[in-house]
Ligand binder design. Structure first.
Ligand code: Q5B
Length: 591
């Protein structure tokens, strides 16, 4: 077996597979949980790690091409189909099926496919297996206490294979008592048709480099008591029948003895036979019993144990963008010094912290241009006005800044994400500008990214022109932006103020950046647009201006702001009447 797994989790269940004693990296590459994606937090030794969760087997295998063992925890209803899907992945070499009750016809198909394609199936109905000190599959060996008791935290010299999970645990204990312990143990599963057989694994053990068998085999077939019963006996497993004479435990033990295995006279003598065989091999120098190591301690009082590093405690936060624990902080894995030495800028830092990757220079430059162009737009816009009023009320920098930032939203500055969403949807669905704008009108939604309070068709927004010019000369494609321009041409034919505004320009051009840079998958683009990253550009940029306005007011020692009475319409007229005033009814003079 290799040491990287993919696990198919069944609902409400996850089985951690760390029997870690000396590993530096986890054995689990990823988890497949149909219908959900993200990360699963798990303990690895003392610390928690985030294991990726994939919604499909194919995606998981593509993401982890070095993982070649697939552990299937799916129920008996879906274990066969998912195991077959896993076997069909070129990267998967071993599939372990935990479920009991998989239809025999399905199992036969899995076995045939595995054989034809030189792959291995362990199970179905297996409790799993263990490579001592490296990893375990499923529930094999039980609790941490039992693992330590059975010395499974480090490899010994004995290979073990059994049909039964219960007998496996029994024998792990026995072997630990009389030898230097298990090297690898496998339960092949109790079904009539196991994916791999006892002899498959014995032969495989023979090829493990740490000592070859022509290694002696010590074997025992339980069930010799069956003869005491008058009828056929089945011992627990579907595959443990003792029917005719040839199938009796006695006959199997005899056959093993004849084939050269060490077979005791009873189960009680099994331990002695194992001990004797092991001692002989050690005396003959054919194996060197492993040096004992101190196993990890069982957790005690939490605080003391945490201090002494004996137990682990779950974290409450998961973070993937930065780390300040090393010698120097790192953004998305890139150390500060490297950022400074390479002469990177704010655009690069944003690409690392927001998009978790280093974007090409033209992209980071575009981000920086957006920030520069949106840093301020004078004292009269909503955000600056609020900041100025707050600063003049004597409030501190953060309050004044936040007061301005809180105005950013669907009408003011915060239309970039919606512009990107609507333009992307309309373009991807092949809507003409006419169809798009009119469908928005029908829904009563103003087109985000279109319209401005002071900019007009004959007084365009210079910022929009600058962004478009940069993108046309640097972006591989500007298809979304050109679509937005076509939309603008149509809206301008309706009213002169319905220009493509700075939010619409950034929204459409960011779609072009994401799609054209080749740095994002389709799924990632959908996620960025869905989550809404892009208003962040305006928030970040305008913070610069709002901070400036705060300082400006304080420097000028401006007094408390009070809005002039003259600028307010004071009326006691109820609102319904107001609407009548705005639409007066004129009577003809002769009426
Ligand atoms: N009409 C921006 O409206 C504004 C329409 C529309 C279809 C539209 C409006 C709007 C979408 C949101 C958006 C970002 C509220 C703007 C920014 C940053 C800034 C700010 C600065 C900076 C302006 C007149 C007639 C009405 C409306 C129709 C208007 N917009 N139809 N789609 N998008 N845009 N926001 O001038 O028939 O008479 O009822 O919501 O993109 O915030 O500098 O100031 O850097 O700080 O008040 O640049 O366009 O127009 O409300 O009088 O409407 O046009 O339905 O038609 P206005 P209204 P009708 S950039």
């Amino acid at each position: 077996m290799n040491d990287r797994f993919l696990i198919l989790a069944c609902k409400n269940m996850f089985c951690a597979v760390f029997a870690n004693a000396g590993r530096e990296t986890p054995s689990v590459a990823g988890i497949i949980n149909p219908g959900s994606e993200g990360f699963q937090k798990l303990f690895f030794g003392q610390e928690e790690i985030a294991i990726p969760v994939h919604s499909a087997i194919e995606a998981a295998c593509a993401a982890h091409p070095t993982a070649d063992v697939f552990i299937n925890f799916a129920s008996f209803r879906s274990a066969a189909a998912s195991s077959m899907a896993a076997l069909k992945q070129p990267t998967i070499k071993v599939v372990a099926i935990i479920a009991e009750g998989v239809p025999e016809s399905d199992t036969k198909q899995l076995i045939a496919y595995a054989k034809a394609n030189n792959k291995v199936v362990i199970g179905p109905a297996t409790v799993g297996g263990i490579q001592a000190g490296a990893f375990k599959i499923g529930d094999t060996a039980g609790t941490i206490d039992n693992i330590i008791q059975c010395k499974l935290y480090r490899p010994g010299s004995v290979g073990f294979v059994s049909k039964s999970g219960g007998m496996s645990n029994e024998l792990y204990n026995t072997i630990a008592r009389v030898t230097d312990g298990i090297y690898e143990g496998i339960a092949i599963g109790g079904d009539v048709f196991p994916g791999s057989t006892l002899s498959d694994h014995v032969l495989r053990f023979n090829n493990i480099p740490q000592g070859k068998i022509n290694k002696p085999v010590v074997a025992w077939v339980s069930g010799t008591c069956a003869r005491l019963f008058k009828s056929e006996v089945q011992f627990g497993h579907a595959g443990a029948k003792s029917g005719g004479e040839m199938e009796s435990a006695q006959a199997k033990n005899e056959a093993l003895r004849e084939a050269g295995a060490v077979v005791p006279t009873s189960f009680e003598a099994f331990e002695g036979a194992i001990k004797e065989t092991f001692d002989k091999l050690a005396e003959a120098g054919k194996i060197s019993p492993v040096k004992e190591v101190i196993p990890p301690q069982i957790p005690e009082d939490l605080n003391t144990a945490i201090k002494s590093g004996k137990v682990r405690a779950p974290t409450h936060i998961i973070s993937t963008i930065s780390d300040d624990r090393g010698e120097e902080p790192a953004y998305a894995g890139v150390p500060m010094s490297s950022i400074v030495e390479q002469g990177l800028g704010v655009g690069d830092v944003i690409s690392l912290l927001w998009f978790k990757r280093s974007l090409p220079h033209y992209c980071t430059r575009f981000i920086e241009i957006c920030i520069m162009l949106c840093a301020d737009h004078g004292p009269c816009v909503s955000g600056a006005h609020n900041t100025i009023v707050t600063a003049r009320a004597g409030k501190d920098l953060v309050s004044s800044l936040v007061s301005g930032l809180l105005t950013i939203g669907p009408r003011f500055g915060g239309a970039i994400d919606d512009a990107a969403r609507y333009f992307k949807d309309a373009y991807d669905r092949g809507l003409t500008p006419y169809e798009f704008v009119e469908s928005m009108k029908k829904k009563g939604i103003r087109v985000p990214g279109i319209g401005h309070r002071i900019k007009r068709g004959d007084n365009r927004d210079k910022r929009v022109e600058l962004l478009q010019r940069f993108a046309r000369s640097n972006f591989p494609s500007v298809k979304y932006m050109e679509y937005a321009v076509e939309v603008e041409t149509y809206t301008l034919s309706k009213a002169n103020n319905l220009v493509l505004n700075v939010d619409g320009a950034i929204g459409s051009l960011f779609l072009d950046l994401l799609a054209g840079s080749g740095m994002f998958t389709k799924q990632e683009i959908d996620e960025i647009v869905g989550i809404g990253y892009l208003n962040g550009l305006f928030v970040l940029a305008r913070s610069i201006g709002l901070i400036g306005h705060t300082f400006d007011q304080k420097r000028l020692k401006q007094p408390l702001y009070r809005h002039p009475w003259e600028d307010v319409l004071y009326t006691k007229t109820p609102l319904p009447l107001l609407s009548r005033i705005s639409s007066p009814i004129f009577l003809k003079p002769d009426q």
